[in-house]
Design a protein around this ligand. Structure first.
Ligand code: GDP
Length: 310
């Protein structure tokens, strides 16, 4: 990811380095190139506008004219502004004071929610937590089975309506909820976690290929029913310009608390990554970088910015 954007910015700065003092014309030419590179990387237009505005203003100030190495100072400004649009500081997961911590996943179908559920559970288990996965995606016949497979791979139990119930159904004390009531499944899953002292519950929810009012309402109902500590919006980094509208719809619909960028291992141009935190005002918290359980990392805006400018 970011290969093309990274190359474009690097060559822009290489041109700049051949100059000693920077004139306003030099700075304007540089800002123009940055603007084109960001637009070509599918970054949302308002984000590009704000970004280049901030870079230009700072580049024209004494911050640069008074610097020993003006070109280097411009690169530093671009780096700082990139960190800022990516959300600033790393935002850790909020854990509930009284367990269980409830984490709800939302996003379009195919975004990578189920895969992420396994990765997150695996990572939390590695930190000594005792996560439970809850299959509240009853939209696709396969989703429950898929979550069960993911859970097994991660070595964590899953609470699910039939089929694929490895925990609740085997237990006569746990009433497995009826298929078709995802809100009930989510609520019962959280109750089950409390009973069994799982300290984290990850609730997988249904998505459609596009924004869908019925499913958005269902996600909102699940949110209301389980009162999550985190609602993570999972977004495929490959979706380009659509990222902004999708993210806004989910921000309005389920009021998510954080973003997970998935498929960062692909050849996405980077627009989603660079737009979503800024347009929704919610932090990017994790990145998914492949299909394996361990292809998962905490998102660090500063490291991502450095990667882009490397
Ligand atoms: P869901 O519909 O949101 O639950 O999405 P899934 O978790 O089922 O993922 C959809 C597809 O994307 C599956 O084939 C996953 O293996 C794949 N996938 C998920 N996350 C990643 C990732 O970070 N990188 C890559 N390359 N593929 C991923």
């Amino acid at each position: 990811m970011f290969n093309s954007l990274s190359d474009r910015l690097t060559s822009t700065f290489k041109n700049l380095r051949t100059r000693g003092r920077l004139s306003e014309a030099d700075i304007d030419a540089t800002v123009r190139e940055i603007r084109r590179a960001l637009l070509d990387a599918d970054v949302a237009v308002p984000v590009v506008r704000e970004f280049t505005g901030a870079v230009r203003e700072r580049a024209l100030s004494s911050e640069v004219s008074g610097a020993l190495n003006p070109a280097q100072q411009v690169v530093k400004i671009v780096n700082e502004e990139l960190v800022a649009i990516l959300g600033g500081a790393t935002r850790p997961l909020t854990l509930a004071k009284t367990p269980p911590t409830v984490i709800m996943l939302a996003g379009l179908q195919g975004a990578g929610k189920t895969t992420l559920a396994g990765k997150l559970a695996h990572a939390l288990k590695g930190q000594g937590h005792t996560p439970l996965l809850v299959a509240a995606d009853l939209q696709r016949p396969n989703a429950v089975t898929q979550l069960s497979v993911v859970a097994e791979r991660a070595g964590v139990p899953v609470f699910a309506p039939h089929p694929g119930n490895t925990s609740a159904a085997d237990d006569p004390a746990a009433d497995a909820p009826l298929i078709g009531d995802p809100v009930g499944v989510a609520r019962d899953g959280v109750a089950f976690a409390k009973e069994r002292q799982h300290d984290v519950v990850i609730v997988d929810t249904a998505g459609r290929l596009g924004i869908d009012e019925v499913l958005m309402q269902q996600a909102a109902d699940i949110r209301a029913a389980v009162n999550p500590d985190e609602v993570l919006f999972v977004i495929d980094a490959m979706i380009g310009q659509d990222a902004v509208n999708t993210a806004k719809a989910f921000a309005d619909g389920v009021d998510f608390t954080g973003v997970v960028l998935s498929k960062l291992d692909g050849d996405a141009r980077g627009g989603a990554a660079l737009s979503v935190a800024k347009v929704t005002g919610r932090p990017i918290m994790f990145a998914s970088t492949g299909e394996k359980l361990t292809d998962f990392e905490v998102f660090h805006p500063d490291r991502m910015a450095s990667r882009i400018l490397d």
